[in-house]
Ligand binder design. Structure first.
Ligand SMILES: Cc1cc2nc3c(=O)[nH]c(=O)nc-3n(C[C@H](O)[C@H](O)[C@H](O)COP(=O)(O)OP(=O)(O)OC[C@H]3O[C@@H](n4cnc5c(N)ncnc54)[C@H](O)[C@@H]3O)c2cc1C
Length: 419
């Protein structure tokens, strides 16, 4: 563990110094030129940069924060299938492996969902996970810089001029751009894509890492209820012995100055875990929107949360960030091989993303819209029905069918998603 920490510290220093010294060097010499600049060093950006660097192209990964992965802005739950697809899973990323979910209603009804092997998941340590993905991008040949924020983008005839503010202000030139700047990012707007969200399509998320909690460390807990988390739900994710990520999302359209995410989380925690202490606070927005209608343009692509790709029902976005980042990396690499960065050529990216995760997200959006209309009694009734199903047989398909059994429109949508 000490060796890992020392290595991470060396990499962190390297990424900051790369930012600092490259800027000094550049003031004396001419402007640096790249095939691609990836803006944002979350999972989407790091995977995209790694994919392009592996093909031998010149790529720059820029992150505005001092260190990749910190501060964490996530409850850290992820399905095993995504990690397996894009990484060699490392023990140090995993806080807890997860066997299933306990679903609870506001009235205290309970249903157990036992994941089968392929549905299993993990609670990550994202500070280590995100950091390592950036290290992988660097080791694949990408130039990686922290504390470098993109302030402005100017389009020239065949390239972009990217204005960066770090220790100093400087400019780089790039043939292409990947916007991987997350939920609050402004890069798509700089490139002419409107990403403004309706208050019904964004949640305020708040998560406390609690110490001194006594929960089943093999299962996540999800609790619905209009008085608990209006428009969202409460999650309890195990983080290791006597530790858990406890948080909730509240739909912006249902949040008020007084009754906001903090109000609801404090209320829940004081009742359920009165003795616990808070060791970490994580706050951030979660998109529960449809994917962007257009996540590409002439010489650029948009990935991850920036493309509104998190699941609108659960808010989970790590998996779709990895998937879209990899697809963007492949698309840009092919375009660089052909020297064709036209909008027409990048249409392919949108099609691939929609086919792999976007269309499902779009359907989950309609399910979310139906779910947020549920009364607390509806949720109680739903969990009562679910509790009668054998936990080994309770899967997403069964859960959604029972939940929406009287809603023909949603059932027909579900048929297209999971049946
Ligand atoms: C409270 C909370 C709990 C969550 N829990 C879960 C969960 O349990 N499971 C799950 O799957 N998802 C969860 N999510 C969502 C998840 O965190 C995101 O979907 C995921 O991080 C998206 O990855 P990304 O790479 O697209 O963006 P991000 O991880 O947000 O990365 C974007 C990066 O871009 C950087 N950036 C922004 N602008 C610039 C700029 N101008 N220049 C340089 N850098 C810039 C940012 O600093 C940031 O590091 C949660 C979110 C919140 C807020």
């Amino acid at each position: 563990m000490i060796i890992i920490n020392v290595l991470n510290a060396i990499y962190a220093l390297k990424f900051v110094l790369q930012g600092l010294f490259s800027q000094r060097r550049r003031r004396k010499s001419k402007v640096e030129k790249y095939d691609t600049v990836v803006i944002g060093g979350g999972p989407a950006g790091s995977i995209a940069a790694r994919t392009i660097a592996e093909k031998g192209f010149k790529v720059l990964l820029l992150e505005k924060r001092q260190e990749f992965g910190r501060p964490v802005r996530c409850a850290e739950g992820v399905s095993k299938k995504w990690l397996e697809k894009y990484t060699d899973i490392k023990d140090k990323w995993i806080s807890r492996p997860i066997k299933g979910a306990i679903l609870k209603s506001p009235g205290g009804k309970k249903a157990l969902m036992q994941y089968n092997e392929s549905d299993r998941g993990y609670i990550l340590d994202r500070s280590v996970f995100d950091f390592d993905l950036a290290v992988e991008a660097s080791e694949s040949g990408a130039t990686v810089r922290t504390k470098n924020r993109v302030e402005r983008i100017e389009r020239n005839k065949d390239s972009f001029k990217i204005y960066i503010e770090g220790f100093n202000k400087y400019i780089v030139e790039s043939k292409t751009i990947i916007a991987a700047d997350g939920v609050e990012g402004k890069i798509p707007r700089m490139l002419g894509i409107n990403t403004i969200l309706d208050p019904g399509d964004i949640e305020f998320g708040l998560n406390y890492q609690l110490e001194g909690v006594d929960i089943n460390q093999d299962y996540i807990e999800m609790i619905g209820g209009n008085e608990l988390a209006p428009g969202g739900y409460v999650w309890i994710f195990p983080k290791g012995e006597h530790s858990a990520n406890v948080g909730l999302g509240v739909l912006a359209s249902r949040s008020t100055k007084e009754k906001n995410a903090k109000y609801f989380l404090d209320k829940f925690v004081s009742k359920r875990f009165p003795e616990a202490s808070i060791s970490k606070v994580v706050a951030g927005a979660v998109t529960v929107a449809k994917p962007l209608k257009k996540m590409y343009g002439n010489s650029f692509l948009i990935v991850g949360d920036s493309a509104r790709l998190s699941n609108p029902l659960t808010g989970a976005g790590i998996g779709n960030a990895l998937e879209s980042g990899a697809l963007a990396g492949e698309t840009i690499s092919k375009a660089l091989e052909k020297n064709d960065f036209s909008e027409n050529n990048f249409k392919e990216y949108q099609k691939k993303v929609m086919k792999s995760v976007g269309n499902t997200s779009k359907k989950f959006y309609h399910i979310k819209e139906a779910f947020i209309k549920f009364s607390d009694k509806d949720i109680d009734d739903m969990i009562t029905l679910l509790s009668q199903v054998d936990p080994e047989k309770l899967n997403l398909k069964k859960l959604l069918t029972i939940t929406f059994k009287n809603n023909k429109e949603i059932i027909s949508l579900l048929k297209k998603i999971v049946f």
